[in-house]
Design a protein around this ligand. Structure first.
Ligand code: F6P
Length: 540
């Protein structure tokens, strides 16, 4: 029996039991969880006991991972082999946070350059934070990071997550080409005390370049030499120079850092300016703790591996199409958006490495909101809808607001309550008893009770950690990065390209002259022609 057939048999067996049955084993919670403890991060505890995975299923999942060549693929990634085969590139974001030693790519040790760039970032960030790098109007008060996708979501998410550590200038993030975004950010800040960071791996992304030109024109209105207040983060120094940015203000990186994996290096500059180099180092350290764990722990005790295999069980074996990320941590409000790019751009693919079509589903749709907000929005469907949505809860033991500890306990109780409700549910008999106590009788009692049944048996995982610190955030993001990698290996796809974003970009270039009326909209489909006509009629 091949690995997938074994898992199909596990699926069949799981259909006849409820998750709650598995807790007949008093050791289940301990045995179906992984704890990683390190001085830099403190303990991180991942509980997957509230899933319908039993010991046999877990063994079959681990067999699948082994048969997929996980360990050799993982070692190939860390050692700089060109595992991104459709772009002919190595995948070495881990080198940006494992700073000791050497690492050869095409016969050259890449680490001295990585360390030198990090040192330049640190000295730039210190000079800016201490007021030695100034704008035309004096000390820099505001930093605007212009970038999109991986050049935005990482630092934007982390800047919110690490707000309690933010002691540098205010940081703003502009991504959307919609002029409303840059307008609203620039409105109310002073060009004479603003630093603009243009973050783009390729320095060709049309949204970013359009926003960068708008920011430069805005600054040029009052600042004689705007280039002095511009910085570029890019792999393309020829293009940053052509844009007029002083090479001394360019922080470069190599093509082996993928966009959505890039916040650990120069793309993290805005974050480093916000929280300071020491906290940024702690963030890198937390990620490197997770890297070492991923490299060395046995598969059954390996947190990224088990998080990934729970994902494979839910998506590829049981066929659930979505996955909800539910941080009970307001400052992780942008984590779901960050993970949407990380997971869906990496594993939203229908063709395997060898060009054949996948016979199993690709990665799931990822969505989420911080708890408790989501509870009052979409949890209705999660509890009583016809689809099963595996939920991933995240919760810190401590907030950064000791004076509001009672809020935090309420938050924690809500998180645990949701996971419990999803698993245990409420039976018709229980619902009937409730309605009877409220005075309902006969057919009306049954009808009312049916609406109040919770089927339960809905899976969730919970990640708990002491507090959201820079090191912990680094560990959590690296956990998800490696999870995506493991899922990609099991699927047999290349998680590191993103060809699916190209066609829309090409068509936008073709449609622009039709939208602005310089070219007729001939040859397009009927709907697009009609929409262009309607927009032109409305005065676009
Ligand atoms: O369009 C997709 C994408 O290439 C992402 O993968 C990337 O993070 C984003 O665009 C931004 O690219 P760049 O950093 O080159 O501007």
């Amino acid at each position: 029996m091949d690995n997938w057939a074994a898992l199909r048999a596990c699926k069949q067996a799981s259909a006849t039991r409820r998750i709650t049955d598995l807790f007949d084993d008093p050791a289940r919670a301990a045995e179906f969880s992984v704890t990683l403890s390190d001085a830099a991060t403190g303990p991180v505890h991942f509980d997957y006991s509230k899933t319908n995975i039993d010991a046999e299923t877990r063994a079959a999942l681990i067999d699948l991972a082994e048969a997929s060549g996980l360990e050799s693929r993982r070692n190939a990634m860390f050692s700089g082999e060109k595992i991104n085969v459709t772009e002919g590139r190595a995948v070495l974001h881990t080198a940006l946070r494992n700073l000791d030693g050497s690492l050869e790519v095409e016969g050259e040790d890449v680490m001295p350059e990585v360390r030198a760039t990090l040192a330049r970032m640190e000295s730039f960030a210190r000079d800016l934070r201490d007021g030695r790098i100034r704008g035309a109007g004096g000390r820099i008060t505001d930093v605007v990071n212009i970038g999109i996708g991986g050049s935005d979501l990482g630092p934007a998410m982390a800047a919110i997550a690490l707000a309690p550590f933010h002691d540098g200038p205010r940081c703003h993030f502009v991504s959307n080409v919609d002029g409303a975004h840059i307008h609203d950010v620039l409105d109310g800040i002073d060009p004479e005390t603003t630093l603009v960071i243009v973050a783009s791996k390729t320095f060709t992304t049309v949204e970013t370049m359009t926003n960068a030109e708008t920011a430069r024109a805005w600054m040029a209105r009052t600042v004689r030499d705007p280039a002095r207040q511009f910085v570029a983060l890019s792999t393309a120094q020829d293009k940053t120079t052509a844009f007029g940015i002083d090479p001394a203000r360019v922080f470069g990186f190599e093509d082996w850092v993928g966009g959505r994996y890039s916040m650990w290096g120069p793309i993290g500059l805005s974050l480093m300016i916000a929280i300071g180099p020491m906290n940024f180092h702690a963030f890198l350290k937390g990620a490197s703790v997770m890297d070492q764990h991923f490299l060395t722990a046995d598969l059954a005790q390996n947190m990224p591996v088990m998080l990934a295999l729970v994902g494979v069980w839910h998506r590829q074996v049981l066929g659930y199409p979505t996955r909800a990320v539910l941080p009970y941590d307001q400052r992780l409000a942008r984590l779901p958006a960050y993970l949407q790019q990380l997971e869906m751009e990496s594993n939203g693919k229908r063709v395997a490495m060898d060009g054949s079509e996948l016979e199993i589903p690709s990665g799931p749709v990822v969505f989420g909101e911080p708890g408790t907000n989501g509870q009052h929005a979409f949890y209705q469907l999660i509890h009583q809808g016809t689809d099963i949505v595996p939920c991933e809860f995240l919760l810190a033991a401590k907030s950064h607001e000791p004076a509001l500890a009672h809020h935090h306990r309420l938050l924690a109780a809500n998180c645990l309550a949701q996971a419990e409700a999803l698993m245990t549910g409420r039976s018709l008999d229980e619902a009937k008893a409730l309605m009877k106590a409220k005075g309902f009788k006969g057919a009306e009692l049954t009808r009312q009770a049916k609406h109040r049944v919770f089927p339960g048996n809905r899976p969730s995982t919970t990640l708990v950690y002491p507090q959201l610190t820079p090191a912990m955030l680094g560990a959590i993001v690296a956990l998800y990065e490696h999870r995506v990698f493991v899922e990609g290996v099991v699927l047999g796809i290349n998680s590191f390209d993103q060809w699916g974003v190209e066609l829309g970009k090409e068509l936008a270039v073709q449609l622009l002259p039709m939208v602005d009326g310089s070219k007729p909209a001939e040859g397009r489909d009927g709907s697009t022609q009609a929409l262009i006509a309607a927009l032109r009629e409305m005065g676009i």
